[in-house]
Design a protein around this ligand. Structure first.
Ligand code: SF4
Length: 178
């Protein structure tokens, strides 16, 4: 057997009964993997409601009918320092842009961003307006996009689940249907 395949208990004892029992009840995983499992099931959102999307989809997803709490993502934080997901819900104006960037920078790593609604994705119906940023990804990196004007609460929940998948498997590219 290759040394790296050895279970750590085999370095402590040669007693096969003990080795078998420990192997049966103890699972070994890299610490990062365990941390990611914990992260993926207890994300803390930084609610960033900028316009109608916040009321139509974000708040609705948190209410009892759709019950985002089932997944462990309902602890909405008022401070970026206590959050790990920024959910940008609504129109981002050029005036608000520096604050979006500053608040994103104040979140500690690892962190993720969800762009919710046509406005946050591309400027939406206001894309030609002089004061609207044509997508929050022009300012900060975005991990999941939720199309719609506004998106359905179910799509918001699906975006959370895509972020969960992305944390558990960083090769996943998030893409959420509207
Ligand atoms: S995408 Fe539609 S619902 Fe959402 S903020 Fe823009 S205009 Fe409002």
């Amino acid at each position: 057997m290759d040394v790296k395949d050895k279970h750590p208990v085999e370095e402590l004892t040669n007693d096969p009964a003990v080795v078998d029992e420990v192997k049966r009840i103890v699972r070994i995983a890299p610490l990062e993997k365990l941390l990611n499992i914990a992260r993926a099931h207890s994300l803390w959102p930084f609610g960033f409601g900028l316009a109608c999307c916040a009321i139509e989809g974000l708040m609705a997803a948190n209410m009892p009918r759709f019950d985002l709490a089932r997944f462990g993502y309902e602890v909405m934080r008022g401070s970026p320092r206590q959050a790990d997901v920024m959910l940008v819900a609504g129109t981002v104006t050029h005036k608000a842009a520096p604050f979006v960037v500053r608040l994103y920078e104040q979140m500690s790593e690892p962190k993720w961003v969800i762009a919710m609604g046509s406005c946050a994705i591309s400027g939406g119906p206001f894309v030609d307006s002089y004061h609207v940023v044509p997508g929050v990804d022009k300012l900060i990196p975005v991990d999941a996009y939720i199309p719609g004007c506004p998106p359905r609460p179910e799509a918001v929940i699906e975006a959370w689940l895509m972020i969960k998948k992305k944390i558990l498997d960083p090769k996943v590219v998030s893409k959420v249907r509207g």
